[in-house]
Design a protein around this ligand. Structure first.
Ligand SMILES: [Zn+2]
Length: 328
């Protein structure tokens, strides 16, 4: 179990600290969703529990510790997560962790606790953990994972050593995606904000096919073709939050091209068609359409009827095309 190629600096830092016996008892793995922080934490936990890691510090995969780790039954590894995705981490599992922290390890090595996502701890869970952080126990390492550390108690953050993860270079990410069998890596990576695991998840979700269809509908309307109400009917079953996010990205790209900006487009595959639209469409109409998309995204989170929101927006796209037609 190895860290991802773009995590080599963080890995070397921790392995060096471990070898020098200077490992901090609480590590906060911080960075956007989709960068593989959880994979990194598991690889490092495995390395801590392994009896014979290799020269890069990676777990051997064969010793008793590794076999227990792989089976998910290592007695010195404790995983804490919400019972349901999106819910809070409650105080009970944290208390259990605190109790175990006082006991010695079962296999005679490290004890590792992984909390993911750490920002999901509710206040009493966080307070319970805080007491534990104030009295570190040797040979006990806590790995806290969070894409939103600002949501955690400042007193917890300040007691952790922070390990920051940033999106890798596009070359490194693309190479990795290719090795996972992803064909449209560049496009997916753009959609995933540079986060390789997010790009991979999008690939698995068949999101590109959905984007192709939605883009063709959307550009059709901007070019004066298609039926907004019929399209709203088809789009309704999709992830609307995602569709609105895309539309905003498409419009921002078109607007960027119409002002001749140097900004690199988020949709590199569409530059030609977007440029043609940028030349044709009225800039002000495009801006107000973009406003409407943002308004719609906010509306989705509220109690507005999504179908009506969608129809309203797509009719505004038709309107944008008409206004621009009149200006020609
Ligand atoms: Zn091992």
């Amino acid at each position: 179990m190895q860290p991802h190629p773009w995590q080599a600096p963080q890995w070397r830092q921790l392995i060096a600290a471990k070898q020098a016996d200077r490992l901090h008892h609480a590590l906060l793995l911080d960075g956007a969703q989709g960068l593989g922080k959880r994979d990194f934490a598991e690889a490092f936990a495995a390395a801590l529990l392994c009896a014979a890691p290799d020269e890069e510090g990676v777990a051997c995969g064969k010793c008793k510790g590794c076999l227990l780790f792989k089976a998910g039954t290592h007695p010195d590894l404790h995983l804490i997560a919400p019972e349901e995705a999106g819910k809070d981490i409650l105080v009970a599992p944290i208390r259990e962790h605190v109790q175990r922290a006082g006991l010695s390890s079962q296999l005679g090595g490290y004890k590792v606790t992984l909390i993911d996502p750490a920002d999901a701890m509710n206040l009493s869970a966080a307070n319970s953990l805080l007491k534990n952080l104030e009295e570190p126990v040797s040979w006990t390492v806590m790995l806290l994972i969070s894409a939103h550390p600002s949501r955690m108690l400042a007193t917890i953050r300040s007691r952790c050593q922070r390990l920051q993860f940033a999106p890798p270079s596009p070359e490194l990410a693309l190479e990795w995606l290719q090795r996972q069998g992803v064909v449209d890596g560049r496009l997916l990576l753009g959609m995933a904000g540079g986060a390789p695991l997010r790009a991979l998840a999008l690939n698995d979700d068949g999101v590109l096919a959905m984007r192709r269809e939605a883009l063709s509908d959307f550009l059709g309307l901007l070019e004066g073709r298609g039926d907004a109400v019929e399209i709203a009917g088809r789009w309704e079953k999709h992830d609307l939050e995602r569709l609105f996010y895309w539309m905003s990205g498409w419009l921002i790209d078109i607007l960027g091209l119409s002002s001749g900006g140097a900004r690199s487009p988020a949709n590199p595959d569409m530059v030609e068609r977007f440029t043609a639209l940028a030349a044709r469409l009225d800039g002000r109409a495009l801006f107000s359409l973009l406003d409407k998309v943002h308004e719609g995204r906010r509306g989705l989170r509220g109690s507005l009827n999504p179908r009506l929101l969608l129809e309203d927006l797509l009719l505004a796209v038709v309107q944008c095309a008409k206004v621009s037609g009149g200006n020609r």
